[in-house]
Write a protein that binds this ligand. Structure first.
Ligand code: UD1
Length: 419
């Protein structure tokens, strides 16, 4: 089993360029199923979720290739519409193939994604959107089968601004007859990036001032080369790492605007973040009072665990509430082992900042929880052994390479220790 060995050795210093965005890559790779190919996606991160998505594409009969960070996808040989098997079950975002497959093949078969470490994560909104666009859905115990003769544009109002359901709606709507309107659509930058990709290929998509998306379907989509934006969650993780160990770093491609809410919070703690990517701590860092996660442009749920780690090392009290997922405070238990003072009250973590965490044997509860424990370990005294590296590899291309370039003492070690 592989684990990370991290020794807190003082402030991080140096420069870094962050990888391309995972959450933009996944729907854009699904979007490559539609229209003429091949498409080339540049700055596509080499992470497990992307590699699993490419395997799913291959199983559908789609040709994919990778040269450094550029991935090519040619769907001209697609021969089936079944998204099942190990990779599909491992990544929840396999549900993002639903809209694209219905549009391209008129059917989609996939295993029902289960709950995951951060919560129950139903897909009812995805299925409702497809039904409104004319699809029939048949649900057996573990298998969902959807089919449609011809998707037709419709008006949809999402009960909540689900990122994935919005993306699936967009992918189906570009294949539908007429206009589709998605009200209460998610506004996350990755949704905008999917729209930019499709518009570049020839789709017509506009967002009205009230936030509704208008999509005119059935326009021919042509092959393009498209470069993904930097991953705002990875950049935000490294901001939190700098807060944990009171560092001074530069993120050369910091997506400053997209991180407005997290940067505002970190500045409230006493960090300084300049638009050119220079970041430094102004200790002593302070607690933040109350903060709740929200859909974009609010504070992102994916940065809640790394922020929790940073708040453990800032003086004063903070109340950090999770409103998007129903089981995403589990990192608290691991942080407590490292000396953090955190109490869970309902969906909130009440954190009493302490200046000193200590190294410990801990285990990543999930992807961002694992990243949070890396941040905490960098700021802790002594050695941390962090198990569950596979979770982190889902979303961070090479967290050791990145943090070593900032002077961290972090190594991936193979060993028999069962953490
Ligand atoms: C995406 C991101 C994930 C991020 C999340 C919220 C990807 C690949 N993943 O996940 O990193 O944490 O957005 O920003 O982009 N819901 C339903 N029914 C549905 C769909 C969602 O009830 O059919 C609920 C979810 O349980 C959750 C909330 O809606 O409580 C938001 O989920 P959603 O925005 O859909 O997240 P994902 O697209 O799965």
């Amino acid at each position: 089993m592989s684990y990370l060995k991290i020794v807190g050795n003082g402030p991080l210093t140096g420069e870094i360029t962050v990888q391309g965005s995972k959450n933009a890559a996944l729907p854009i790779l699904a979007a490559c199923l539609i229209g003429e190919g091949p498409c080339v996606i540049e700055n596509c991160p080499q992470i497990r979720d992307v590699e699993d998505t490419l395997s799913i594409l291959n199983q559908l009969g789609v040709r994919t290739g990778r040269k450094a960070s550029a991935v090519s996808v040619d769907a001209s040989g697609i021969r089936n519409a079944s998204v099942r098997g190990l990779q599909a079950e491992r990544i929840r975002s396999s549900v993002l193939f639903l809209g694209a497959l219905l549009g391209r093949m008129g059917e989609a078969v996939f295993s029902r994604p289960g709950g995951c470490a951060i919560g129950s994560r139903p897909i009812d909104l995805h299925l409702e959107v497809m039904e409104v666009l004319g699809a029939r859905i048949f649900q057996e115990e573990e298998i969902i089968h959807a089919d449609v003769k011809s998707l037709r544009g419709a008006s949809i109002r999402l009960r909540m601004p689900s990122v994935g359901a919005t993306e699936n709606g967009i992918l189906a709507a570009v294949c539908a007859d007429g206009e589709t309107v998605i009200e209460n659509a998610a506004r996350e930058p990755e949704v905008e990036e999917l729209c930019r990709f499709l518009v570049l290929r020839g789709a017509k998509i506009l967002r009205s001032p009230d936030g509704a998306l208008h999509i005119w379907g059935k326009r021919p989509l042509s092959p393009v080369q498209f470069s993904l934006q930097p991953d705002r969650i990875v950049a935000g993780t490294y901001l939190c790492a700098a807060a944990c160990c009171k560092g001074k770093i530069r993120i050369c491609n910091l997506p400053y605007q997209e991180l407005e809410a997290p940067i505002g919070i970190l500045e409230k703690m006493g960090m300084k973040v300049a638009p050119d990517g220079n970041i430094w701590a102004n200790p002593p860092l302070k607690g933040i009072g109350y903060l709740a996660t929200e859909p974009y442009p609010g504070f992102p749920t994916d940065l809640q665990p790394p922020l929790m780690a940073a708040l453990c090392t800032a003086g004063g009290q903070s109340r950090l509430c999770e409103t998007i997922f129903d089981n995403r405070l589990t990192t608290a238990g691991q942080l407590r082992k490292m000396g953090a003072h955190i109490e869970i009250r309902g969906n909130c973590a009440v954190i009493d900042g302490t200046s000193c965490l200590h190294g410990e044997t801990v285990s990543a509860p999930d992807l961002r929880g694992g990243a949070a424990l890396v941040c905490a370990a960098l700021g802790a005294k002594g050695e941390t052994m962090l198990g569950g590296y596979d979770y982190i590899a889902r979303g961070y291309e090479n967290i050791c390479r990145d943090l070593k370039s900032l002077g961290a003492d972090i190594n991936l070690t193979e060993g028999i220790t069962d953490l």
